[in-house]
Design a protein around this ligand. Structure first.
Ligand code: NAD
Length: 288
């Protein structure tokens, strides 16, 4: 353990299964240590079956909170007392905060994506985004970007079990935000090309590009990508995805993987629990 644990140490959890591979314990414990905060972050293997007891333990043990990951991100919702408004729309939770026994659920993935672009001097507010994917990451990104001032989002999904979620995201955004969202089908390649061409940013929030789909990309023709387009891939393992290679071949100046998003979603949770800013550059250096 890095920081000095004692009778005052405050516990934060991570409840998911499988979870032993996660970088979050290293991230948060190094950040606590760096800032001299008397917190400890531990991973717990929790499936849906164990979730009610585990969530209640946050209250019983007076933990400050927990991260929540698969398969518990949706199942946790009825076990909490409150959801923040964006999280209510997203319909999934990755962070729980315990305020004297009152548990509130948040989702920091979309916040992390926007902040990671802000960190690079890229402001997507008032602009058009073309987004592939409507799973956990795609939904958090779409809703948060719409709430935070992105003007227009064209959401693409293939015809699989996530297409209905894509439709739900579009309907919710149009109903509850000032952003204009439209649903598109990945199978319509002419439409996909056209929507990328008219966007300020193309964001890929699908699993394409990471194991077992490593080396694959939804956009394989560099001529689809303007040099002044921003290209963002949520995948961060591998560090350079096939989409990023195609973008670099096209001469795109601003090309990002999901590393910054991963760090900033953690930083947003860290802030909710501790009130402090995570030393993101220091943590980036430790983790990578
Ligand atoms: P998910 O399973 O919830 O959603 C998967 C999405 O990918 C769906 O929209 C699905 O339709 C689409 N998809 C899957 N295979 C496809 C294919 N062959 N062609 C076209 N579309 C396909 O997954 P998720 O949790 O949303 O994760 C999606 C990606 O985002 C993953 O690569 C994950 O690593 C990444 N992610 C990154 C961060 C971060 O902090 N950087 C956080 C969460 C997720």
């Amino acid at each position: 353990m890095l920081n000095q644990l004692d009778g005052h140490t405050i516990l934060i959890g991570l409840m998911a299964y499988p979870i032993r591979h996660s970088m979050s314990p290293t991230m948060h414990n190094h950040a606590f240590d760096k800032l001299g905060l008397n917190f400890a972050y531990l991973a717990f293997e929790i499936t849906n079956d164990g979730l009610p007891d585990a969530i209640n333990a946050i209250r019983t043990l007076d933990m400050r909170g927990s991260n929540i990951s698969m398969p518990n991100k949706q199942k946790v919702i009825p076990l909490l007392d409150k959801l923040d408004p964006a999280t209510e729309m997203i319909g999934a939770v990755n962070t729980v905060v315990n305020d004297h026994g009152v548990l509130t659920g948040y989702t920091t993935d979309g916040i992390g994506m926007i902040k990671s672009l802000d960190d690079e001097g890229i402001d997507i507010r008032g602009k058009k985004m073309t987004l592939a994917g409507a799973g956990g990451a795609g939904t958090a990104i779409a809703i948060q970007c719409a709430l935070d001032g992105v003007k227009e989002i064209s959401i693409f999904n293939r015809d699989d079990e996530f297409l209905a979620q894509a439709q739900r995201n579009v309907d919710l955004i149009n109903e509850k935000t000032d952003c204009k969202a439209t649903l598109h089908h990945l199978e319509d390649q002419d439409d996909f090309k056209k929507e990328i061409d008219s966007a300020f940013i193309y964001a890929d929030a699908t699993s394409v590009g990471m194991n077992p789909l490593e080396g694959q990309t939804l956009v394989s023709d560099p001529s689809w990508l303007r040099k002044d387009l921003v290209v963002f891939d949520t995948v961060y393992a591998p560090r350079t995805t096939k989409l990023m290679e195609v973008a670099e071949e096209a001469g795109v100046e601003h090309v990002f993987n999901g590393l910054g998003m991963m760090l900033e979603q953690g930083a947003a949770a860290f802030k909710l629990w501790t009130g402090e800013d995570m030393p993101v550059d220091y943590i980036r250096h430790i983790l990578f």
